[in-house]
Design a protein around this ligand. Structure first.
Ligand code: BES
Ligand code: ZN
Ligand code: ZN
Length: 493
């Protein structure tokens, strides 16, 4: 899906047939009024706005006839100054709701080029539809080709390029995540990433089972052994000539999570094709970072497996050995994300990167703790601060949870170095997931200190939007936090 063409035009000239013109609606002393706009609105002056259902609420939109066979779209912009985040969401909502038009002309107030950029970015992120599996019924057809913002504040060519690169990355993530497990399995995910990376400057290595065994990746192999479609590790590398810092990204890539022999109830299994969002997100972000030629070395490790129950599946009480030598007693085969990430974090640590950020749909508990809009964030404070600031900058939501070391004793094992869960314990599930992962960063399992700064993003609740679209977030796979990852690379590099 390509983003609509973005045009910043100095002034409004006239109305074109079949084009929709976006006008802001605000309130003045409790009365609905049109906001300042460069678009001609004399046709609306006698109109009683409240009688046609116009609202001041952000993203609320009403269509009315405009001169020359054109259309007005009156959109609520609230009563406060609009932040770039508001403008990005408005751009997205407007583009989505008006995507049956080929041309949208936006007359929202912009005070600088960043405001205009935000509107365009929203429009690029908002026009996403997942139609690949519609057969006889039609999906949401997107006809939108051009979004024009009437403004004297034009974004630079670099800013426009960045919007396209980011939207490509976010939409790649959404496309992969929305695929059913029937079609997206470890090998096909690895190949899809490889083909998306072509021409970006990112090198791709795919390790199949023999290599996984040779490298001692007991976590990925253990989780993948129940499926006839074997596991993979994908290593992406971007090494620019300039840039001293090294960022490692690690992603959970479970192409379908049945729970394994600790089988999920049928209702909880629905949506488990989204369990590879972490891997798709770090891949898409790495490719975007390379396309933007950011001055930072990035290595991404995608830990990919299908978690199935079968006679070859790992059993509860099995003990596996992760890449760093640590043995893990698998008490619950449904806590598989941490097993594959154990290998990914160990591998990532070996090159001693400055930062490691892992991204995973790790725990259902994060939804109970934080709801569906914030990703859970844990780790070393220096890395956590960077992730939080990056997320804030791009308008994505994260919330820090404590890595409460007191809880570490819950996952002691009688027979191995660590257990993957505390059976029967539901308290602090997301934190326990984070504590488990911490053991595989650097040489922490041996009690040694390291210079790696690590952060963990639990995106189990934000990867998928079961409700209707809002702001830049569509229904289904959201692609959230891909832009955060790129912003992290900018901050570190
Ligand atoms: N993939 C799930 C986490 C998940 C749950 C993602 C809901 C998206 C929505 C993960 O592998 C899992 O099953 N986690 C278990 C952990 C538990 C066994 C400690 C969970 O959350 O129940
Ligand atoms: Zn699971
Ligand atoms: Zn899972």
């Amino acid at each position: 899906m390509t983003s609509p063409k973005m045009v910043a035009s100095g002034k409004f000239t006239n109305f074109n047939k079949n084009t929709v013109y976006v006008i802001p609606v605000t309130k003045k002393s409790d009365k609905l009024v049109l906001g300042a706009t460069p678009i001609e609105t004399s046709a609306l002056t006698t109109l009683d706005l409240s009688s046609v259902g116009v609202s001041v609420e952000l993203e609320q939109l009403v269509r009315l006839p405009a001169p020359n066979g054109a259309t007005y779209a009156l959109v609520g912009v609230g009563q406060k100054d609009l932040s770039v985040h508001d403008l990005r969401n408005l751009g997205a909502a407007v583009a989505r709701k008006l995507s049956s038009f080929k041309d949208i002309v936006i007359g929202l107030p912009t005070k600088d080029a960043a405001d205009t950029t935000a509107i365009f970015e929203g429009a690029a992120l908002g026009t996403y539809a997942h139609n690949a599996y519609k057969g006889l019924t039609k999906g949401t057809e997107i006809k939108l080709q051009t979004v024009t913002v009437i403004t004297s504040h034009k974004p630079s060519a670099a800013a426009l390029n960045q919007i396209n690169v980011l939207a490509e990355g976010v939409n790649l993530t959404r496309d992969l995540v929305n695929m059913p497990g029937r079609d997206l399995y470890p090998e096909s995910l690895a190949k899809a990433v490889q083909s998306a990376a072509k021409g970006s400057g990112v090198t791709v290595q795919i390790w199949a089972e023999d290599r996984l065994a040779k490298e001692g990746l007991g976590g990925i192999l253990g989780v993948g052994q129940g499926s006839s479609r074997g596991p993979r590790l994908v290593k992406l590398e971007y090494k620019p000539k300039v840039g001293k810092k090294h960022l490692a990204l690690v992603g959970k890539g479970i192409t379908f999570d049945t729970g394994g022999l600790s089988l999920k109830p049928s209702i909880s299994m629905l949506g488990m094709n989204f369990d590879m969002t972490g891997a798709a997100s770090v891949a898409a972000a790495t490719i975007a970072i390379a396309k933007l030629q950011l001055p930072i070395r990035v290595t991404a490790w995608l830990c990919i497996a299908e978690n199935m129950p079968s006679s070859t599946a790992q059993r509860p009480n099995d003990v596996i050995k992760a890449r760093n030598g640590m043995t893990i007693e698998v008490l619950n085969t449904d806590a598989e994300g941490r097993l594959v990430l154990a290998d990914g974090l160990s591998l990532a640590s070996e090159a001693k990167p400055d930062y490691i950020v892992d991204v995973a749909t790790l725990t259902g508990a994060v939804q109970i703790a934080l709801g569906n809009r914030h990703a859970g964030l844990m780790g070393d404070q220096e890395a956590v601060d960077i992730v939080r600031d990056a997320a804030e900058e791009v308008g994505e939501l994260v919330w820090q949870l404590p890595l409460a070391t007191d809880l570490r004793s819950l996952i002691e094992s009688d027979i191995a170095d660590i257990a993957n869960v505390k059976m029967g314990n539901t308290a602090g599930g997301t934190i326990i997931g984070g504590l488990f992962l911490n053991e595989f960063v650097g040489n922490r399992a041996k009690g040694e200190t390291d210079n790696i700064k690590w952060a963990h993003l639990d995106i189990a609740a934000t990867a998928h939007n079961a409700g209707s679209a809002y702001g830049v977030v569509p229904k289904g796979a959201t692609g959230s936090h891909v832009r955060t990852l790129v912003a992290i690379a900018k901050r570190i590099g």
